[in-house]
Write a protein that binds this ligand. Structure first.
Ligand SMILES: Nc1ncnc2c1ncn2[C@@H]1O[C@H](COP(=O)(O)OP(=O)(O)OP(=O)(O)O)[C@@H](O)[C@H]1O
Ligand SMILES: Cc1ncc(C[n+]2csc(CCO)c2C)c(N)n1
Length: 279
């Protein structure tokens, strides 16, 4: 009688670690892990959406700051508001402190006064209006990875502010950028959650900073179905399970309180998302 051979064990994969320590307050001892001279170099990209409350913290932690087109308006209008400053002088002081290194995109959303203000301060303005096939975020990520001289570039992490919670086509475009650049660390942020890609080439160790993130989380195969995904550290773990749209996807999952680390291994690129605490 013919017997079916057992499925071959998946090839061992290198491990990739993830941490949201860059969101820890400066006073926290673990925040040292987020210092620019520590494990990672951060580039901040500001999109055309309201600034999240932690924008000033991430601004200070980043080595390079880029505004995607209309994101410059948000910086210009939003930073003075975030500090709740009163009076024209204080407003202007808060604005001057946050000068982007680059403003880039098709430049159809940035206001003229904002363009002139930052250009006069020395910000580089990069007009890519000839390209109407890629989004401003896509252009920013391509620019950062291809043109910027950043020390410690192999540990580059691109933090994107205002990527979620707005227009659905923009949100999908932003998530697509994660799939276009699977070999770069890119984290999309809003006030309420963060998301990043878990490439199938690696086994993933996601360190959980319980003071600032969780417990709600999700694991979603957006680019392609996954035949087999296995997790640890979640309330509803996957054990060699299939995930696809039209079938099972893991939403409304929970990181268990005692889980210091969530592990994920899959045969497809997955999106990881976790809620951010309003502390
Ligand atoms: N409502 C939103 N939700 C999520 N992301 C957004 C939203 N609006 C803008 N963005 C992000 O900010 C970037 C810059 O926005 P901006 O409004 O300048 O782009 P745009 O190309 O002019 O958009 P539009 O599609 O309206 O012409 C976009 O590429 C996108 O990544
Ligand atoms: C099939 C297809 N759909 C939409 C667009 C439009 N588009 C996509 S990105 C972009 C630039 C936005 O700053 C624009 C206008 C396209 N070119 N091709």
């Amino acid at each position: 009688m013919a017997t079916t051979a057992p499925a071959p064990a998946p090839a061992p994969r290198p491990a990739m670690s993830h941490s949201s320590a860059f969101l820890l307050p400066a006073s926290s001892s673990s925040a040292a892990a987020a210092a620019p001279d520590g494990a990672a170099s951060y580039v901040l990209v500001v999109l055309n959406q309201p600034l999240p409350r932690f924008a000033p913290l991430l601004w200070d932690r980043a080595q390079v700051r880029v505004c995607a087109d209309g994101g410059a308006n948000r910086l210009f209008d939003g930073m003075p508001k975030l500090f709740g400053v009163d009076g024209k002088d204080a407003e202007e002081e808060a604005r001057r402190r946050y000068k982007p290194d680059v403003i880039l995109g098709d430049l159809d959303s940035i206001r003229q006064e904002v363009k002139e203000y930052y250009s006069d301060m020395g910000t580089a303005i990069v007009d890519e209006s000839h390209d109407q096939d890629t989004t401003d975020l896509h252009k920013c990520v391509a620019f950062v990875t291809e043109n910027l001289a950043i020390p410690n570039k192999s540990n580059l992490c691109i933090l994107v502010l205002g990527a979620l919670g707005g227009r659905f086509d923009h949100e999908m475009g932003n998530i697509n950028v994660l799939h276009v650049f699977p070999n770069n660390r890119i984290i999309l942020l809003s006030d309420d959650c963060l998301i990043f890609l878990l490439p199938k080439t690696h086994a993933h160790n996601i360190h959980i900073e319980h003071s600032i993130e969780g417990p709600h989380c999700g694991l979603v195969p957006i680019g392609a179905p996954s035949t087999t995904t296995t997790t640890n550290g979640l309330r509803w773990n996957l054990d060699n399970d299939r995930m696809n749209f039209g079938g099972l996807i893991s939403t409304s999952n929970i990181v268990e309180e005692e889980s210091v680390c969530v592990t994920v291994i899959s045969d497809s690129d997955l999106i990881w998302t976790i809620s951010l605490r309003h502390v």
